[in-house]
Design a protein around this ligand. Structure first.
Ligand SMILES: *Cc1c(COP(=O)(O)O)cnc(C)c1O
Length: 414
């Protein structure tokens, strides 16, 4: 008889791998031996074409020196934006790959508020969102003299839009994995005369997104999580084509100028998405990201979504009896309201369980208080990987292995 976890047999998951339309993508990643990587929601794995791409750019720098800027380096923010656009339901010219999410939110807040005529001025941040989104909104409000508010976690958005000019919302919550209905929420916010900046950090590359079809005007997101751009890969910024001539964004740097190499004393914003650039970017990391996005252009996002949901359900199915008997709370949302992660709470032992798993080569992550997060990346995980990870989880918890003192020491990055 084949090994089985809570009634899910190894044979059955191997059969699922046989039928998986995305199975061939796994070979296109450089994955370390002996690692089951469930942290692609924090830092995506490395596509195998990346190394050569970065090496080519290093050679280009060596051989071509400054000429490289005219050989694709300078235009990378727009070129990569156009590569990414179909993955998030946008069109060419609507996406710029630049800076990081934090800075891009600042730029969009200034851009939107700069056009705001009436006296509704407040910026609304979402309680329970990834903190930088709120921090930068607070920083923006301090320098601009704007009122800042928090939407209490779980509150009804419609009741908190009075006097609000712009709200920053994550499509998928980084902790719980909860997915918002983008079309419905965008409509609601617009009906109240406000704008919404969507943060796609945990949805871009995790599920199909239809920015245009949802009526979204503004969005940001990162490329180093599900999109595999590499550590420090630049973020992206989306502005719907009808909203691109609205004036200045506040981080008015020379790359966002209408003619950067005219070296005018005065700033005039570029007439298109390029106005959201600031200053010089890294050609090296853009080449890593471009190699990844070239692969993403081949991905069937519906198949990705189906596999993502099937994998997160499989992981929970293999463990549900264990959760009940060990006081672990499964707060993963239902399939239709879920990103691509499983979220488990164990306030007492969560940290140590994650550390003990990492010691076994099963990499998930931990967020205070008590949250164990496991990201499911359909391009480089198989159903068998998910089953094996669940097996390790079960062994770590049932044996009490996590109680070892070494698993209670805290590192700087968790
Ligand atoms: C990961 C993440 C960020 C990261 O912001 P950076 O400025 O790119 O470091 C921001 N917001 C959310 C919701 C995230 O999940």
């Amino acid at each position: 008889m084949s090994a089985s976890l809570n009634g899910v047999s190894l044979t059955s998951v191997r059969e699922r791998d046989q039928k998986d339309p995305l199975a061939n993508f796994k070979r296109r990643f450089a994955l370390p031996e002996g690692v089951l990587y469930l942290d692609g929601n924090s830092l995506g794995a490395q596509p195998s074409t990346v190394k050569q791409a970065v090496d080519d750019t290093l050679n280009q720098w060596r051989d071509e020196l400054i000429k490289g800027w005219n050989q694709g380096w300078f235009d990378a923010p727009e070129r990569l934006g156009n590569l990414l656009a179909p993955v998030i339901g946008a069109q060419s010219g609507e996406v710029c790959v630049t800076d990081n999410i934090t800075l891009n939110i600042f730029k969009l807040l200034g851009y939107i508020l700069g056009q705001c005529q009436d006296d509704r001025r407040a910026v609304l941040s979402e309680g329970g969102n990834f903190p930088t989104d709120g921090y930068i909104a607070q920083g923006f409000c301090r320098v601009s003299g704007t009122e800042h508010r928090f939407l209490p976690e779980g509150a009804n958005l419609a009741e908190h839009l009075e006097g609000v000019a712009v709200v920053v919302l994550s499509q998928v919550n980084y902790r719980t994995g909860k997915l918002r209905d983008m079309a419905e929420t965008t409509k609601l916010v617009h009906a109240h005369g406000a704008e919404v900046i969507w943060d796609l950090a945990h949805s871009a590359g995790a599920l199909p997104i239809d920015l245009n079809g949802s009526g979204a005007r503004y969005a940001v997101g990162c490329t180093y999580k599900y999109l595999n751009g590499g550590p420090g890969a630049p973020a992206f910024l989306y502005v719907h084509r009808d909203y691109q001539d609205g004036g200045w964004q506040p981080l008015s740097g020379w790359h966002g100028h209408t003619s950067p190499f005219a070296f005018d004393a005065n700033y005039t914003p570029a007439g298109d998405i390029s106005r959201f650039r600031t200053g010089t970017h890294s050609a090296l990391i853009y080449s890593a990201l471009e190699a990844s996005l070239t692969m993403w252009a081949e991905v069937d996002m519906q198949a990705l979504r189906e596999k993502s949901l099937a994998m997160s359900d499989l992981f929970r199915e293999c463990l549900s009896d264990l959760f009940d008997s060990h006081g672990i709370k499964d707060i993963t949302p239902a399939a239709s309201e879920r990103g691509s992660q499983v979220s488990l709470i164990d306030k007492q032992n969560g940290y140590a369980i994650v550390q003990a798993l990492i010691a076994r080569g099963v990499i998930g992550d931990y967020r205070e208080p008590g949250l164990m997060r496991f990201g499911f990346t359909p391009l480089y995980l198989s159903f068998e990987d998910v089953w094996q990870a669940a097996k390790h989880f079960r062994e770590v918890v049932e044996s009490g292995e996590y109680q070892d003192a070494q698993f209670h020491v805290r590192g700087a990055v968790t």
